[in-house]
Design a protein around this ligand. Structure first.
Ligand SMILES: Cc1ncc(COP(=O)(O)O)c(C=O)c1O
Length: 385
């Protein structure tokens, strides 16, 4: 089709094809074992699928209420109360969203005005910056300290000023697999005291922590709760990333603004899945077993690659493992990741792409949410490199 010139003044001129798409395409072309994609290659629960079938056949196929099916919001409130001791009113403080991405976009759109500064920790999941910029906000960056990707809160404090409107945290953390401690959270609490800073806490991996650690949800911290949106994703918890369903928790006054945007962005989220999830959440084993499930995968993968020349600091949460190729090559991580697909047949994601200006620590992200057979094939290749 002929293009009409000069009609498009891009709002996101920097955004092009993501490395995720590039790596996946390359992986397919080269028939590589794909550990670049951040989602499981195994099935979700058949019981859950059966429940959706039941509700679809039972006629639950029209619009859900704008904030979500009440039964599901009640189950989310119950889970949050049990796990983190926080009380959220299903009527006014919980909204079901089309995945965490929509919740993050909605929260930023509801709260960020022109020239507001939003502090984010890099490397960062890729949907934060575009959402901030589309709303006229300015992202301000703090670089987590490699190799364990920790936070020095005295340095963070120096980035905060009277323009700072929001801080976005993500624990457990994609792409690094690091986890914020209770001490981190109390330091964040202290930093926010006597300010009007809001928080988005991206907790989509809340049920994937290893070695007996406890998830430090913002919901555990009374001085953070009243200024925070907490966002989670059923996609991560129930191996159903393709269903795009999650939720947002927040105090009533913030949630009111959130819902104003939500109702014009999506209005509501698909109905039968919400009813099915409400039933499925009744059995806490369905999500509490996830730590153990993924810890076994992490340990299995790490054992398989123990003899390789890659450096490995075991991941402490999420389903990602970083591997360092320091000493193996001096190439940029983007080039090295591409070479691994083309020459060796294994796909990963270079961590530099999670920075607004590429910062290269010579590390690659591998996703171990894969069947053991996939992990074995990938490890065999990794050990040969
Ligand atoms: C840290 C983080 N936040 C948000 C999301 C988006 O979740 P959803 O698929 O529910 O939109 C992801 C997905 O990979 C993620 O890793």
């Amino acid at each position: 089709m002929p293009l009409f010139p000069n009609v498009i003044n891009s709002k996101l001129p920097q955004v092009g094809t993501t490395i995720f798409a590039v790596m996946s395409k390359l992986a397919t072309e080269h028939k590589a074992i794909n550990l670049s994609q951040g989602f499981p290659d195994f099935s979700c629960s058949l019981e859950l699928i059966g429940l959706i079938d039941k509700y679809m056949k039972g006629g639950f196929n029209q619009y859900a209420p704008m904030p979500g099916v009440l039964k599901l919001r009640e189950m989310i409130a119950e889970k949050t109360q049990k796990l983190y001791g926080a009380t959220y009113d299903p009527g006014t403080e919980i909204t079901v969203t089309a995945g965490a991405t929509q919740a993050i976009y909605t929260a930023i759109t509801a709260m960020i005005h022109e020239n507001d500064e939003v502090l984010i920790f890099e490397p960062a999941y890729d949907c934060y910056i575009p959402a901030i910029e589309l709303n006229g906000g300015k992202p301000v960056f703090y670089q987590l300290k490699a190799p364990n990707y920790t936070i020095d809160w005295t340095e963070v404090q120096k980035l905060v000023n009277h323009h700072t409107r929001m801080i976005i945290i993500n624990t457990p953390h994609n792409p690094t697999g690091s986890v914020m401690s209770a001490e981190d959270m109390t330091k964040l609490e202290k930093l926010c005291k006597n300010t009007d800073i809001l928080i988005i806490s991206d907790e989509v991996y809340e049920h994937i922590l290893f070695d007996g650690q406890t998830h430090q949800s913002v919901a555990r911290f009374p001085d953070l709760i009243n200024r925070s949106f907490i966002i989670s994703s059923f996609g991560k918890t129930f191996h159903t990333t393709g269903w795009k369903i999650g939720y947002c928790l927040g105090p009533k006054n913030m949630m009111e603004e959130f819902r104003k945007v939500h109702q014009f962005l999506v209005f509501s989220v698909n109905t039968p899945i919400q009813y099915a999830l409400a039933d499925f959440l009744k059995n806490a084993d369905n999500y509490l077993g996830l730590n153990e499930f993924y810890q076994q995968k992490r340990d299995y993968f790490n054992k398989l690659i123990a003899g390789s020349r890659f450096g490995c600091n075991p991941s402490t949460g999420t389903y990602f493992q970083l591997l360092s190729y320091e000493g193996l090559s001096t190439e940029k991580d983007t080039e090295y990741a591409i070479r691994l697909v083309k020459e060796f047949g294994v796909a990963s994601v270079p961590v530099s792409v999670f920075y607004h200006q590429p910062k290269d620590n010579h590390v690659l992200r591998f996703c171990f949410a894969k069947q053991n057979e996939t992990l074995e094939k990938a490890a065999e290749i990794i050990c040969k490199i």
